[in-house]
Design a protein around this ligand. Structure first.
Ligand code: BF8
Ligand code: SF4
Length: 623
């Protein structure tokens, strides 16, 4: 059994908890993954379709069965349509998240969401200027900004506003290809329309719309979410914290915030530090209240408050199995429906809060912006009152927890560099930093947990590639100690020197998955400074363990922005040679970047380094 868990995770805390799960006879994501083997070959290749009720249809990949669906759709059409639907779902998740953030911003200005304030006035004004809002009396400007942001979702004319942040050369490419995004919601709706039976039936044409939709995500929804969250909750700055299941406390009320929207988690963090709540916790025998995060909402409160992070995507069930969690509070996205049943085996209250997301076995405490602080306090109180029900005999908290330095927003990076990107550009030009890689994305039981993330990042920094990270990769790096300034010791000499002189880690945590928009802003700033396009820069992207549809949308906008991207798990496209060729080759001619698939992180690092070196050569920089 010990050997088995070693193939399931490289994280000792995870391995330990997985053994405990098996000892206790509790099923986890890995067991369910095993029960699914072998997974459907048609699904893996992307060649099944149920877009109408003449189907379901499937194409024979070996060529002796049907080569068309009932309507005549070929493998190329089916694969492209399925991929477009994945992009639509991922982009929709970010659009809905962003819209909700803007609505809270608007309600805060109108005095309806009283628990929320403006924390970054400077950012508010800068964003308003980008939206051409000049009048600034009595909150008028801010209210106009809220409306202008909302209008990007339903825009009927022109393009999504923040696409203006992309370098001019990039925008020209988008315009010439006809993929500049119009309204955010419009592009998503059009994905669903085009993939309805009998509408768009040309794979290239379908994929072009996928790029347009994804650009509306990266340079629209995700960017809006990041900006508005910074305005409401503060722009992150460097701070220290800890990561892994060992952040849970034996003697305190443990509350886990899991999901994606800081609108909820910020309020829980605030309520948990309320002296009255702490007093209540003491009255039930606890030494305090400990909030810890999982997944991207964890990243949000980690970046802004240094709230420790208990783990990434594949650790959510294991947190419950520690027996020490009084409440697992969730909103939307990446929350396993298995949690309710699992929580029922312990004293843990599994609390669902989003009007959009209900789960089996959850205690429903629906969140509303108007009553945010009050509901957050009710949730914290529920957790505290649950503490005496903890069965001490069943508590098993692994000891592992690693220090990390987080909070590298664009503003924080610029500040560390002395106010301008020039020192970073100089370091790239003189070769101490070979290039920059954005390593992001999920966990996936198809890959030993964290193996792809940690090994890829280690190889890159060893080769003087500065890594910027978000999402579950950032949490994997935090647990592996790669977010400590001391990790510079693991970097090549050039990168090490730069990190040591600035006192920063060689892997910069830039936030949650919507904060990949921060990475786009950095890339655009460097490209603009050099007078080139993003696709000319020695930069690359990677998602070594991706699983989510959001990751498909992200991958698409990163490539559409001109960044070569390596995927560590195989997307369901191989059933179409045409789609595979477009993604891995033809896109290079169109947008100056392609996808590659490489499950082995060591080989993936080689692909990235080769790519970075070729871009350096093209810029006339030494290799
Ligand atoms: O938005 S990296 S598993 S938590 S989808 Fe989910 Fe993937 Fe984690 Fe964040 Ni992003
Ligand atoms: Fe089959 Fe075509 Fe209907 Fe898809 S749209 S289920 S391929 S008939």
């Amino acid at each position: 059994m010990a050997n088995k868990t070693a193939t399931e995770s490289i994280d000792p805390a995870t391995t330990k908890m997985l053994l405990e799960a098996r000892r206790a006879g509790l099923e986890t994501v890995w067991d369910r993954f095993n029960k699914q083997q072998p997974q459907c070959g048609f699904g893996q290749l992307g060649i099944c379709c149920r877009n109408c009720n003449m189907g379901p249809c499937r194409i024979d990949p070996f060529g002796d069965g049907p080569d068309k669906g009932v309507c005549g759709a070929t493998a190329d059409i089916i694969v492209a349509r399925n991929l477009l639907r994945m992009i639509a779902a991922g982009a929709a998740a970010h659009a809905d998240h962003a819209r909700d953030a803007v609505i809270v911003f608007k309600e805060a200005l109108e005095g309806r969401a009283r628990s929320y304030q403006i924390r970054d006035e400077a950012k508010l004004r800068e964003l308003a200027a980008e939206y051409n809002i000049s009048s600034w009396g009595e909150q008028g400007g801010a209210a106009d900004l809220a409306n202008a942001l909302l209008s990007d979702f339903g825009r009927q004319e022109g393009y999504v506003t923040l696409t203006r942040r992309a370098p001019e050369k990039r925008r020209k490419i988008w315009e010439s290809l006809g993929i500049s995004p119009r309204g955010i919601d419009r592009e998503i709706v059009e994905c669903m329309h085009r993939t309805h039976m009998g509408v768009d039936n040309d794979p290239l044409h379908i994929l072009q719309h996928g790029l347009r939709t994804s650009i509306a995500d990266g340079w629209g929804s995700s960017m809006i979410a990041t900006e508005v969250q910074d305005i409401l909750f503060g722009t992150p700055s460097p701070r220290r914290s800890e990561a892994n299941l060992g952040v849970l406390k034996e003697d305190e009320v443990n509350i886990i915030v899991h999901g994606h929207e800081p609108i909820l988690s910020e309020m829980i963090v605030e309520a948990a530090s309320d002296p009255e709540m702490i007093k209540l916790a003491k009255s039930v025998g606890a030494n305090g209240i400990n909030v810890a995060g999982i997944c991207c909402t964890g990243n949000e409160v980690l970046m802004r408050h240094g709230i420790p992070v208990a783990g990434n995507f594949l650790q959510q069930e294991l947190a419950v199995i520690t027996g020490a969690v009084e409440a697992m509070v969730v909103d939307v996205q990446c929350i396993m429906p298995s949690l309710g049943g699992l929580a029922a085996c312990y004293h843990t209250k599994f609390i669902s809060t989003s009007p959009k997301a209900e789960f089996p076995g959850a205690l429903r405490m629906e969140f509303s912006e108007e009553r945010a602080a009050e509901i957050a306090r009710e949730i914290v109180r529920t957790a505290v009152e649950n503490y005496p029900k903890r069965d001490r005999g069943r508590v098993l908290i692994p000891r592992e927890r690693s220090e990390c330095m987080v909070g590298f927003s664009v503003e924080a990076i610029l500040k560390a560099l002395g106010g301008t990107p020039q020192p970073l550009i100089d370091a790239i030009v003189n070769g101490s930093i070979k290039g920059i890689a954005a390593v992001v994305g999920c966990n996936n039981p198809k890959v030993p947990h964290d193996h792809g993330h940690v090994n890829l990042v280690r190889e890159l920094i060893r080769n003087n590639v500065l890594v910027v990270t978000t999402g579950c990769n950032a949490i994997a790096c935090a647990k592996a100690g790669l977010l400590r300034p001391a990790a510079a010791k693991e970097a090549g000499d050039g990168l090490r020197g730069v990190c040591e002189s600035l006192g920063v880690p060689p892997v910069l945590h830039m936030g949650s998955c919507v904060d990949i928009s921060r990475i786009l802003v950095v890339a655009a700033a460097i490209a603009n400074k050099l007078g080139v396009d993003i696709s000319d820069l020695p930069v690359a992207g990677a998602a070594p363990e991706w699983m989510s549809e959001k990751a498909v949308s992200i991958g698409a906008y990163v490539v559409a922005s001109g960044v070569f991207t390596v995927l560590g798990t195989v997307p369901p496209v191989l059933g179409s040679p045409v789609v595979t060729r477009i993604l891995t080759k033809d896109l290079g001619d169109a947008v100056g970047a392609t996808f590659a698939v490489e499950p082995d992180p060591f080989k993936a690092s080689k692909l990235i380094i080769e790519h970075i070196e070729s871009k350096r050569r093209a810029l006339g920089l030494k290799v």
